[in-house]
Design a protein around this ligand. Sequence first.
Ligand code: ADP
Ligand code: MG
Length: 460
Amino acid sequence: MSPRPSLRRLLPISASLIVPPAGVFLALIVAGEIDLWPALAGVAAITLLSALLAGPFLHDLAKVAGYAAALARGEDASPPLVTSSLAADLLTALNQLRRAWRLQGDEKATLLGFHETVFDRLPSPLFLLNAQRRIVKGNLAARNLFGRQQTGRDLAAVLRHPDILEAADRVLAGAVGEQVDFTLPGPTDRHFGAMVEPLPQIGPDGTVALLWLHDVTTLKQLEQTRADFVANASHELRTPLAALLGFIETLRGPARDDGEARERFLQIMQEQGTRMSRLVDDLLTLSRIETHEHSRPSRRADLGTILHRVAAGLELQAAKRRMPISLEFAEPLPPVVGDEDELVQIFQNLVDNALKYGREGTPVTMTARLADQVPPAIAGLGAAFVAVAVRDRGDGIAREHLPRLTERFFRVDTARSRQMGGTGLGLAIVKHVIARHHGALAIDSTLGAGSTFTVFLPAA
Ligand SMILES: Nc1ncnc2c1ncn2[C@@H]1O[C@H](COP(=O)(O)OP(=O)(O)O)[C@@H](O)[C@H]1O
Ligand SMILES: [Mg+2]
């Protein structure tokens, strides 16, 4: 690229340069100081000289102009070689401008990249919509939820929920923001709150509104759990209550004078009353542990003392089913961080289960040692754990029930649990106490052979 100043440009400049000397020559002719021909020769000489002098300068200027035009087109042009100092100055100024632009451009690109990252990292799915309801862009969470190919598609092709589409249409037509709840069906349903918000101004990419989804599945599940819990607890209380009321009615009516029936009924009534009281006790224990589940115990507890206390407390119950409780560990055991009463509660519940669901006449064993292997949930904590295992020789538990065992009111065999005086809350209490202690529970069971419940507690 070597632009030359055209004759069209050169002429007017040369002409403007010769106007003053031509005027002087004209005045001299009129004054009779000079003849016409020498004057014309003088003007021609000046014209030629000025064209010769201005030529290279104009050539430089044309090169600088060409360079500036190339930069404006975004080309990566290299600066031309110029000879005149004015053109060189112009070129220097142009290069400074170029550097400033480049710097600004880099800063803008960095900022844009940063905004893209923030947009992508937002944990909730987010879509930018244009006035035609097409997706301008979706963030990473949106792409993960609805697939990669979204840009440029109508929202309806990605999210087929009529309520959301109608809300989006209303917002695009000028309404204020709207919120819609919807469910994405799948192996496990996911519940979302969707917000469509108009933007105060149109974005450079045509964005006029945002569609933001927030996952409320956990909240919904919690709500369901709470509702189930209230229903279960009421049901558990109502059954013995109905029995009590029934017997009271019978005692006041048909069995009023039947001394033998009265004795039998009172016996049953006492059992039902005891069952209700046990249930209320367990419910209160559970609620108390849950309210302070997030404050970890800080005191040391001696496991040996705890396990002996548990065994002694259940001795009578064990003797009734001829099931000796054997403690198998070398003392002293390493101390653990924990609340002694709550730890007693854990092992009481586990040994109680072992006595209830173990076979009559078989022993229940409690072993304790420093754990050489811990469940994955606590493996990364770096602490040492003491493992206490409660083992029975019972019918065992089928594998499919194991994940649900610590749910409130879950029983493998409800009738058997009730008949044994169970509330269905024992293992739920165990789970929450262990969670508060930052420990873990492992359940190992073989059908027909028995079960082992192992509690891992952080050593002090
Ligand atoms: N050692 C065990 N052997 C067999 N099944 C057990 C054992 N421990 C618990 N289970 C099962 O888990 C269920 C829940 O236990 P838990 O929460 O203690 O309630 P509960 O003992 O009051 O029924 C029991 O009903 C029983 O079906
Ligand atoms: Mg129990």
